[in-house]
Design a protein around this ligand. Structure first.
Ligand code: ATP
Length: 250
């Protein structure tokens, strides 16, 4: 994996693409994340798994700037991001596809995609990006004149990912992309994630589909009640007794 070289304070330094260092996030007096650290190298797929309510979405919201940690720090390409706003983080190329897709249901597939390229980093190259994205998702090319709400659940998830790609991400966060999809569609979705990663996009994947997510991921984390309890290569986590018992029904 490539660690990125960055010029920081006049010195060349090797940095992770994303580094979260000991963050705590609280709602009111309640700690949702407690001293959470993680790192993602350029080019990796990293999976974050854990039970409902563990704090996975909160962690993704923190990385995207939607909530701010009360302590700890976060760096993206060597630059502190924990005080930045969501649009500032987005302009750096760190894009999140939220759980639940949030499409524009009464607009066509093409309109949803075009609206995806609203940010400064993507506007000028909108037409070029649209061609690339429709090449990755032939099903959306076929359905480009259809209203988003008339797509199947799987197709809507593809559209949500495609719309995020319209922003030309260098780092993509996917929050529970396989939720509610038929098994065949889940397999297709994971293939798409692999393809997007091969095209050069680093991916942080939150999933309850533990087996498939860890099989795909270079590295995985297990988050339980706001704390990282395990970190290892994806395939090694699949062999971990604790993971097998708690998440794989073995
Ligand atoms: P799931 O897989 O069910 O989506 P998760 O691991 O993503 O769960 P979060 O959605 O991050 O977990 O929620 C972690 C905890 O934080 C939960 O107990 C939730 O009720 C709480 N929580 C989340 N958002 C808020 C909020 N805005 N205000 C108060 N509590 C919140």
């Amino acid at each position: 994996m490539k660690r990125s070289w960055m010029l920081i304070s006049g010195k060349r330094r090797q940095v992770f693409m994303l580094e979260v260092k000991g963050i705590t996030v609280s709602y009111y007096d309640f700690h949702i994340l407690c001293d959470v650290s993680l790192s993602v190298d350029e080019g990796q797929i990293v999976a974050m798994v854990g039970p409902n309510g563990a704090g996975k979405t909160t962690l993704m919201h923190a990385v995207s700037g939607l909530v701010h940690p009360s302590s700890g720090s976060m760096e993206f390409l060597g630059k502190r991001i924990d005080e930045l706003s969501p649009p500032e983080i987005l302009e750096m190329g760190l894009i999140q596809v939220p759980e639940g897709r949030h499409l524009f249901p009464d607009m066509t597939v093409k309109e949803n995609l075009e609206l995806g390229a609203y940010a400064r980093r993507a506007r000028e190259k909108r037409e070029e990006t649209l061609k690339i994205v429709l090449d990755v998702f032939p099903i959306l090319e076929e359905r480009r004149r259809q209203l988003a709400r008339t797509l199947s659940g799987g197709e809507q998830q593809m559209l949500a990912i495609a719309r995020a790609l319209m922003l030309r991400p260098i780092f993509l966060i996917l929050d529970e992309p396989s939720l509610g999809l038929a098994p065949q569609m889940v397999l297709h979705l994971f293939d798409v994630v692999k393809r997007v990663n091969k095209e050069g996009v680093t991916v942080l994947l939150v999933e309850q589909n533990v087996r498939q997510a860890l099989a795909l991921a270079h590295k995985g984390y297990v988050l339980e009640t706001g704390k990282i309890i395990l970190e290892d290569e994806g395939k090694r986590l699949l062999e971990n007794e604790q993971v097998k018992k708690a998440y794989l029904g073995m």
